[in-house]
Write a protein that binds this ligand. Sequence first.
Ligand SMILES: [Zn+2]
Length: 551
Amino acid sequence: MFIIKKKIAGKDYFYARESKRDGKKVKAITVAYLGKTKKEAEENFRRLTIKPEEKPIEKKETKSLTIEELATFCKRKGFVFKSSEIYGGLSGFWDYGPLGVELFNNIKQDFWKFFVHEKENILGIDASIISHPKTWEASGHVNNFNDVAVICKKCKKATKLDKNEIGKKKCSCGGEYELQGEFNLMFKTKIGSLNPIESYLRPETAQGMFLNFKQIYETCRVKLPFGILQIGKCFRNEIAPRDFLFRDREFTIAEFEFFIHPDEDKCNLLDEKHLKLKLKLLDKETQEQGKEDLRETTIEQMIKEKRLIEWHAYWLAEQLLWFKKIGLFEKIKVREHLKSELSHYSSATFDIDYEFPFGSMEIAGIANRGQYDLKQHEKFSNEKMEIFDESTKAKVIPKVIEPTFGIDRIFLALICKGYEYDAKRENIVLKIPSYLAPIKAAIFPIVKNEEFEKMAKDIYFELKKDFNVVYDTGSSIGRRYSRQDEIGTPYCITIDGDSIKNKDVTIRNRDDTKQIRVKIKDLKEILRKLINNEIEFEKAGKIVETRVKEF
Ligand SMILES: [Zn+2]
């Protein structure tokens, strides 16, 4: 990459250019605008060309973690890589690495357990990513799912606006935007080769639930109210993907459609734990005054103020309770949508935002979609979408509440929440809940010695039948501990001199480095209880003084 200067209308403009081979020719293409002065250009150029791995991150305080540092950490530790990096990457696409996929799967699994297995009235499905093209006409996505591309007149940065933001929003540099046109966000694809038809990669998973609604009602012995849930990949052709996993073109959504009798306003599942749940709310009145002040309220109060119907309130509370379970609730706020920003299908929507070290970002949401989608599909397919409701003996089209979760963003929230630099240990400790951690335990023979290694290997293979565990003999014990701290492994099991004599091992706790001794015959059961938070660490075995000086 190199810098060039262009004179436009007598003024200097600096750009970064790159040589690319195009067949036999070498072409120079502009990659970025750098500024108006040489100094500014050089500084921006340096920032552009610095490799993420050259930026020091290890000794930073959690509070100031930036998106770039988070991306670097995720790359270095094998959580997330740029897609097709050997070809220079592909904007808006990312790959989960060996540790990332474990954490990601654990989040999905816990979500499924909480919202499908532990609930009485929700069924899971896994629908196809490509569906009949009529689906997207009916849903309104063909006509309405557009963003407006704009370029800042001052700093030349390209970005997107929602339609309602045109003329209202300015660039962060203060510059006015120049409109570049409206673009549909769906990825088009062709199906078949001889007489191909055009369809789309799904931009949301919701339609899969609407298309299957009637079949599930007729085949799965359910009655209203009930929900259909799925977790899956979605695709949006973002105009300007950026900010790591926050605005990308391929991502994973978990969502469900909860179908309710259209006349039903009461929710019989609302109890104290929902009603009394305190949350931080940014309501629409405050936003209409141009302010962003949060106020503490309760689910009960929100129902009284008629911000949402009871079933909507119940599912919002359940969403928050799951965030509480996985440890993200403290930094969560709920934002009510203004009338002007409601989607074409929604009558009330709330964003659930997480306070990241670099700012507040939406990680989930909940919308009242009413009867919109089912009625649209009835119109476009000529299939009746009404069902016979036993309790009212009437044919009805249900109304729908839709909770949505961005799993990639929740993944990042968990890493940010857990990321902590420990000055005493001089390494990062990734404090994620043990049941979500990619690796549950690491097994170390304290020294390289045949007898220790044999015992450690036996334990490793036995534990591997039930848990994702690793075995490590390389480097000092302190180094091995810190390696596990950094990737969030909650427990390290060490085989030492006493282990041979007494048939026991030590378990070290990631969060406070305390150690206990337990019998090998009890190890698996104790580990299971520790991982599931069923027992306190200090009560799980005999506390020991650390024999080996760790650092
Ligand atoms: Zn600008």
